[in-house]
Design a protein around this ligand. Structure first.
Ligand code: BG6
Length: 584
């Protein structure tokens, strides 16, 4: 997944594009580039690395011109190198392109090229430019050329072309996000609202199979079949303030601290939709689909729905969805959990579910995302934009929405009290020093995170955080499972992180802990109650059994963050990852 952006208007494009790419760095940070059209000449700067570092060398804002395109890359086709860095150009140098997604049939496209083209890179992107060049030279009409082009491409992609002949930008969207920012005599076009929210909060969400041609005064939107499409301009609710680091060193730490308020902000914001979906959940087969951290929330929902609503729901990893296609029909309801609403595996699952006429309920953070527009019902997190690649505040807000679904279906479910949450999160954030001590204990060793019942998905989530941010091998599992094999891995001093609040599993977990201790395991325990078995005790406030996941995940987020910091790793943009993966 990459971040793409274009600007056409009266301002100097390069500094706007640079700012936009800095905002989208979470989408991919292998390499970056910008090109602007100035007096009929393209001026391009691009290199390998993160946009912020490249800019120190190349000073993008020195590029002049009122129209331009920019890109920050997450490599899929072609290694991380300068030649594979976007923007790419046509042979005649009159067409430039930035692209997000994958053109699955790019190897066949060159067969469509009638004349020999000098393809410079290994990417699936550059070929698009050459094919457009062919059609444009044939028809001398960019609308005709782009219509011919898009009907030759297969896959999930969005791209922006810059055409020196007309000075226009041409945007194409198919299964990858592309949004217009509408200003006075200027337009932005980008993968994410965050990239231009500083300049306009008036947006047009392009839908799949749509094309837009932009000059600074006008936008012309039509679909792949050349039907004109009228689109609404929508005002987005996100403010600039929400995307600043607010003085924190990293977005990840800021977003961990945001939980003092974000958990509360998620409560009672979806009342009407919750009412509408309760009978749907009660009277149909329910499946919950997610990836990464969102999948771990789905596992917690499964346990709580069984416990409080006496219904069995199936939880499916979105990347494994097509193994279960036969199970869906118009009597099935799918709850889709996704922070970004753009994860490709998720959108693929939704496409299949819609084919089977299943009802789609989304639990999502990103307004206007593809998932929002494909779903029948949307439950919003209202936790504000999340920039750090590892999910933190979105995780606890997803939990809140799950709790609210359960409360709508079962009156006995405990309510979340605002004051308790504020006080508890503050108490946990004050564990910083103790958590830093744990870092020295772990110190590059393999780590096991264990829990039972609702604590097991949190053990999985804690392990994911450590893998994502600290690059150490961490494994989360059910503590009861340990003695069926993994106990062989426990040796003298092996760090074992255990979640053992005083819930129904407390006593049996203590027995498991003494088994581990007797094999030399070093016990680090997150609980509301200390015990002599623990080598390190990380206290969390006492609460209702079902609410412990909301609190006990926060020390694990902090551990992964401070571990990364302690090892000079970038907690916001860990290697090889991206905030949401928009390629399958
Ligand atoms: C990964 C993110 O790319 O996708 C994780 O790094 C996230 O943090 C996962 O949990 C799923 O993303 P989403 O947006 O579908 O919840």
């Amino acid at each position: 997944m990459c971040g793409i952006i274009g600007y056409i208007g009266y301002r100097n494009a390069s500094s706007l594009l640079l700012n936009g790419l800095k905002r989208m760095v979470y989408r991919g940070y292998d390499s970056a580039g910008i090109t602007c059209l100035n007096n009929d000449t393209f001026v391009t700067k691009k290199d390998v690395g993160q946009i912020i570092d490249i800019n120190k060398k190349l000073n993008f804002s020195s590029i002049k011109g009122n129209v331009g395109i920019g890109h920050t890359r997450w490599a899929t086709h072609g290694k991380v190198s300068k030649i594979n860095t976007h923007p790419h150009f046509s042979c005649d140098g009159n067409i430039g392109i930035v692209h997000n997604g994958i053109v699955e049939n790019f190897q066949n496209i060159d067969k469509l090229l009638t004349s020999s083209h000098n393809i410079l890179s290994e990417t699936d992107t550059e070929i698009i430019c050459h094919l457009f060049e062919e059609y444009y030279n044939k028809y001398n009409d960019e609308k005709k050329a782009v219509l011919k082009l898009v009907n030759k491409l297969e896959g999930a992609f969005s791209f922006v072309l810059i055409n020196k002949h007309t000075g226009n930008l041409i945007g194409v969207r198919k299964d990858a996000p592309l949004i217009l920012g509408v200003g006075h005599d200027e337009y932005f076009i980008a993968s994410d609202i965050l990239s231009f929210i500083d300049y306009t909060d008036n947006v047009i969400f392009l839908d799949n199979y749509e094309i837009v041609i932009l000059n600074k005064n006008k936008h012309d939107i039509f679909d792949f079949k050349n039907n004109i499409v009228e689109k609404q301009i929508v005002k987005v609710a996100w403010e600039i303030g929400q995307i600043s680091k607010k003085g924190f060193e990293h977005y990840t730490l800021k977003e961990i601290y945001d939980q003092k308020n974000s958990i509360i902000n998620s409560i009672n914001k979806n009342k009407a939709v919750l009412k509408q979906i309760s009978s749907l959940i009660k009277n149909n087969k329910v499946f919950i689909v997610g990836s990464g951290s969102s999948y771990h929330v789905a596992l917690i929902a499964k346990i709580l729905l069984a416990k409080y609503v006496k219904i069995n729901v199936e939880v499916i990893l979105s990347s494994e969805f097509n193994q279960y296609l036969g199970l869906f029909d118009n009597n099935t309801v799918a709850i889709i959990i996704s922070q970004s609403g753009e994860t490709a595996d998720i959108l693929e699952s939704v496409k299949e579910l819609k084919k089977q006429k299943s009802k789609i309920i989304s639990i999502v953070n990103a307004f206007g995302s593809s998932l929002v527009r494909e779903s029948d019902y949307n439950l919003y997190l209202n936790c504000g934009p999340e920039i750090g690649v590892a999910a933190t505040k979105s995780f606890t807000s997803q939990l809140v929405i799950i709790y609210e679904i359960i409360s709508t279906l079962c009156v006995d479910f405990p309510l979340i009290k605002n004051n308790f949450i504020k006080k508890s999160v503050n108490e946990i954030l004050n564990l910083e020093t103790k958590i830093k001590d744990v870092i020295n204990i772990i110190n590059q060793k393999d780590v096991y995170l264990l829990g039972k019942g609702l604590n097991q998905p949190i053990a999985l989530e804690g392990a994911l955080k450590l893998k994502e941010l600290s690059y150490i091998h961490a494994e989360g599992m059910s503590i009861g499972e340990l003695k069926h094999g993994s106990l062989a891995l426990i040796d003298n001093g092996t760090p074992v992180l255990i979640l053992n609040p005083e819930d129904e599993n407390y006593k049996s977990t203590l027995n498991n802990i003494s088994e581990i201790k007797s094999r030399g395991g070093y016990i680090i325990c997150i609980s509301n109650k200390n015990d002599k078995l623990y080598d390190v005790f990380l206290p969390i406030p006492k609460t209702h059994d079902s609410l412990y996941p909301l609190l006990e995940v926060i020390p694990l987020q902090m551990l992964a963050y401070f571990y990364a910091l302690n090892n000079q790793l970038d907690p916001d943009f860990p290697r090889n990852l991206a905030k949401s993966v928009t390629v399958k």
